[in-house]
Design a binder for this molecule. Sequence first.
Ligand code: ZN
Length: 214
Amino acid sequence: MSASFPQRLIDGYSAFANGRLQSEQHRYRELAERGQTPEIMVIGCCDSRVSPEVIFDAGPGELFVVRNVGNLVPPYQPDSHYHGVSAALEFGVGVLKVKHLVVLGHAHCGGVKAFAEHAPPVTPGDFIGHWMTLMAPALAKVGPRGDLAPGEYLTRLEQASVVNSLDSLLTFPQIRTRVESGALMLHGAYFGVAKGRLSVLDRTTGEFRPVTPG
Ligand SMILES: [Zn+2]
């Protein structure tokens, strides 16, 4: 083993092997034999504070997760470029046939903040700057900050970006078809990091409503 492999990970694995793995060994074995059949796919941010498996208390095999900077969804664009999110969508929706697709936004998103404060032009080597331009329609919808406090403005942008990602999902023919047939449901959610509060998008009002833990 590499001497530089982080001790934190060795310790964490030890805790997992002695704890959770003990109670879930049977499930892991079953999943290895049967394969995975998650019913829910989550598109979340890379941010270390917003792990979907932690927030939703998910066990192995339950969530099919793709994470990227800003929990963004690029539009359907079949070409010769490398489309990581689109590949994950193709697998999750087309092969695993998940029933729910959740875009999970969050408070204090560094990607959204960077885009709001340093909107284009971006330099050719600036992957984040270019990637975050995917949320330009959300920025346009929210409009200028005006009298809003900076934090409130960023919250609106983060939430508008979730809605924009949901719109982008519908540009994928396979997703649109499954949504229209009722085989797939799209959802927007938002995690408030400081208090750990989850809100879910109400598509009829366009508002994010807090979830009351049962
Ligand atoms: Zn983020």
